[in-house]
Design a protein around this ligand. Structure first.
Ligand code: HEM
Length: 305
């Protein structure tokens, strides 16, 4: 899996991505998180977070389209080569100290700040896995066609709440998607050449102009007009039945997630979404981590030492 575009959702991208599978342990089911703390590298590599931040801010300012992939990779099994750039800078400053898993977590935080979004104190202290045959990464188990029952169960299995689900789905405020991730909603929803009745028909018409049947390559902005900016407009889209995936639309099918979507769609100015996002990202960053003496600190993120 290493060194290749590792998932079907990476097809057609212009950047290179490769498998992140080696970074975490095979214990994804448990929300451990013990041993992580804010400022883990304060003594061993005081510059660590600044070094990563510099690379990420430079990258986003020159290539804003990398924001989406860089945020998503924290939960997905693919990651982009920018991580290697940050890692080599770290290896020069503090060889063998900062894990690749932490670089990914710090990167996710910095991408959100670099796109004008939330800021949170990231927990660090993760170690990198030594095995390659781990359970598939979290989000691979949750397809874009998932309904609210599957989504809630998937999150609960990792110790994450319905609130985490709705808040983190707000990550779809940045980035793009392949037509393949939602084209069933446009062309063949129930196998009879029909459309998804929960998707705004006007939006369907617009999406059909971009995505022809069987289009494997085209990328569509998930939050049209502001896909490079981290904001709460995702929730407005969902209330207008313009969430791109069934999993986005499904947030209206549960009273708790629906209430969150509605209140943040209606919020004037900054809502609690930014703060909530930081909290849920920390929760998510605790899933299946290795700490203490477990695993290793990779020298190169794409390879076991
Ligand atoms: C709740 C379950 C989720 C499902 C089913 C889901 C599904 C997807 C799918 C299908 C794509 C498009 C892939 C493609 O066709 O290229 C996507 C993109 C994305 N997702 Fe999610 N996602 C979920 C949760 C999350 C979470 C928790 C985050 C982060 C907080 C996230 C962040 C992103 C980002 C930033 C992109 C854009 C990636 C890019 O621009 O390349 N997603 N997601």
């Amino acid at each position: 899996m290493l060194g290749v575009n590792c998932s079907s959702s990476s097809r057609g991208r212009t950047y290179q991505s490769y498998s992140l599978m080696l970074l975490f342990n095979d214990n994804l089911g448990e929300p451990i998180g013990g041993g992580l703390k804010v400022g883990f590298y304060a003594k061993s590599c005081p510059e660590a977070e600044d070094i990563v931040k510099k690379v990420i801010f430079q990258t986003i300012s020159t290539t804003p389209s990398l924001a989406g992939p860089l945020l998503r990779m924290h939960f997905h099994d693919c990651f982009v080569r920018i991580i290697d750039k940050a890692k080599s800078a770290l290896e020069k400053a503090c060889p063998g100290v900062v894990s690749c898993a932490d670089v990914v977590a710090i990167t996710a935080r910095d991408v959100v700040s670099a796109t004008n979004g939330a800021h949170w104190d990231v927990e660090t202290g993760r170690r990198d896995g030594r095995v390659s045959n781990i359970t598939e990464a979290f989000l691979n188990l949750l397809p874009p066609t998932a309904n609210i029952t599957i989504l809630k169960a998937g999150f609960a299995q990792k110790g994450l709440s319905a609130k985490d689900l709705v808040v983190l789905s707000g990550g779809h405020t940045i980035g793009t998607s392949h037509c393949t991730s939602f084209s069933n909603r446009l062309y063949n929803f129930t196998g009879k050449g029909d459309t998804d009745p929960t998707l705004d028909p006007n939006y369907i018409a617009r999406l059909k102009l971009k995505c022809k049947p069987n289009d494997q390559k085209t990328l569509v902005e998930m939050d049209p007009g502001s896909f490079k900016t981290f904001d709460q407009t995702y929730f407005t889209l969902v209330t207008k039945r313009r969430g791109l995936f069934q999993s986005d639309a499904a947030l209206l099918d549960d009273s708790e997630t629906k209430a969150y979507v509605q209140s943040h769609a209606a919020a004037v100015g900054k809502s609690s979404f930014f703060k909530d996002f930081g909290v849920s990202m920390v929760n998510m960053g605790r899933i299946g981590v290795l700490t203490g003496n477990a695993g290793e600190i990779r020298k190169v993120c794409s390879k076991i030492n």
